[in-house]
Write a protein of this length. Structure first.
Length: 77
């Protein structure tokens, strides 16, 4: 279904896959952080959240660069 929607919107499937991976990382990091907090390990929970945020930023770099290139292309020369 997502492939069909991406095709209809002329969106490269790589970007859809990347966004789904980012969402998965966010859920896993939040789940791990909540488990650590429940165990009384607040410091470890904050490190898990930080690691999740870093991974999300790294995975988002290609999408961010395409957005910046698109905006630059729209600006008048």
């Amino acid at each position: 279904m997502l492939e069909e929607l991406a095709d209809n919107a002329n969106i490269n499937l790589v970007y859809v896959q990347t966004i789904l991976k980012i969402i998965g990382i966010a859920y896993i990091a939040e789940f791990g952080a909540q488990i650590a907090k429940d165990a009384g390990q607040g410091a470890i929970a904050s490190k898990i959240e930080l690691a999740g945020k870093v991974l999300i930023m790294i995975m988002a770099i290609p999408i961010i660069s395409v957005i910046i290139e698109t905006v630059i292309g729209l600006l008048p020369s």
